[in-house]
Ligand binder design. Structure first.
Ligand code: SF4
Length: 357
């Protein structure tokens, strides 16, 4: 795994992005931004799940005017997502957002772009250049035939150049397509050419089930190559799931730690307890835990004791019973009906001890 690739350091409100900072997890509200109360309720749910930067769409001036109230009630950095209208960008900056997602090439006359860049530079706000395969410039589509990885990179370089020529360099870049291979290829090409932090994601990835898989494959390939400074998983579903999936991707590559890492066996003919129910129940009940624990839920004596011993906590199933391991030692022998409760209880107690340390 390549951990050598270093990008420039940016500050998105309280969150460092790039320059070797931990890969941060973002999401985007799907509430009506004008509804401040609903948006803040969703932001709090996202934050509880581990969201570190949140973005809101700003389609009109009413939404831009609502940003002030959202920023006031929000404890994580807020990014305003803007297309085309420089006045919305200026209003967002005035409202105290921590950054903009806007493509300078789409704003229109150069004086409008200059106004937006000047407003950002006065507050040192980062601008994310967000290239999307579905909305590439006509000229690039004509020249490349369709939205190829190369065309996406050229689009990003064009937007970057506009901002650089205005003397500003606080930028991060995304190159999202709904096609995993094209997205990975585009990020690899761009990573060789610029050292701006990269916001990675597979856009319009699909429903929670399919989108999770596509995102894990695409983001996993990039992160393994050391590409990606902040990520957003895009799912047609509850954005809280985006955050959970984002964390799981980072945890699986050991790039970040947050909450339990579960090890559980697929079960087979040797399993004599209802292991699937125990594993699912324990996972749901420990969803809010932030302490980094490894928890093994194993069906029988073949691999069970080994995995359970390696984990912070584990159970190894036997005949309608299970052995509970803590830090490698058998601490209890339990009937199967009590396994989930006992594991959850032990995990909460261990998490509390970790937090006290
Ligand atoms: Fe089967 Fe035991 Fe392996 Fe689980 S741990 S898959 S029950 S052999």
């Amino acid at each position: 795994m390549n951990t050598e690739r270093k990008t420039r350091a940016l500050q998105v409100g309280s969150v460092a992005v790039g320059g070797g900072a931990p890969v941060s997890v973002q999401s985007m509200c799907n509430t009506d931004t004008r509804d401040i109360a609903a948006t803040l309720t969703q932001i709090r749910a996202l934050e509880a799940a581990g969201c570190e930067i949140v973005r809101c769409a700003v389609p009109d001036m009413d939404a831009a005017n609502a940003l002030h109230g959202i920023v006031d009630g929000c404890t994580i950095p807020l990014i305003a997502d803007i297309h085309f209208d420089y006045r919305l960008a200026l209003q967002a900056v005035d409202s105290g957002v921590a950054g903009l997602r806007i493509n300078p090439g789409n704003i229109g006359e150069s004086w409008k772009v200059a106004e937006v860049v000047r407003a950002c530079s006065e507050r040192r706000l980062p601008i994310r250049i967000g290239v999307n395969g579905g909305s590439l410039e006509k000229e690039l589509l004509e020249r490349h035939g369709h939205a190829t990885a190369q065309a996406m990179v050229e689009s990003a370089l064009g937007h970057i150049r506009i901002v650089e020529e205005l003397g500003y360099d606080q930028m991060k870049v995304s190159l999202k397509a709904s096609d995993v291979r094209r997205t990975v290829e585009a990020y690899r090409l761009l990573a060789d050419q610029v050292d701006y932090p990269l916001h990675i994601g597979i856009t319009e990835a699909g429903t929670t089930w399919a989108g999770t898989i596509k995102s894990a494959v695409g983001l996993g390939a990039l992160l393994y190559d050391g590409i990606g400074d902040t990520l957003r998983v895009s799912l047609t579903g509850d954005p809280v799931e985006e955050v959970r999936v984002g964390w799981e991707i980072l945890k699986s590559l050991k790039l970040r730690q947050r909450g339990p890492v579960f090890v559980s066996c697929p079960t087979c003919g040797r399993c004599q307890i209802d292991l699937i129910r125990v594993a699912e129940e324990v996972e749901v009940r420990l969803q809010q835990l932030t302490a980094p624990l490894t928890i093994a839920v194993m069906g029988c004596v073949v691999n069970g004791p080994g995995e359970a011993r390696e984990a912070d906590l584990g159970i190894a199933g036997g005949k309608e019973m299970g052995l509970l391991f803590r830090k490698g030692e058998i601490v209890r022998r339990l009937p199967q009906a009590e396994l989930a409760d006992a594991l959850v209880e032990e995990a909460l107690a261990l998490a509390e001890r970790l937090e006290e340390q």
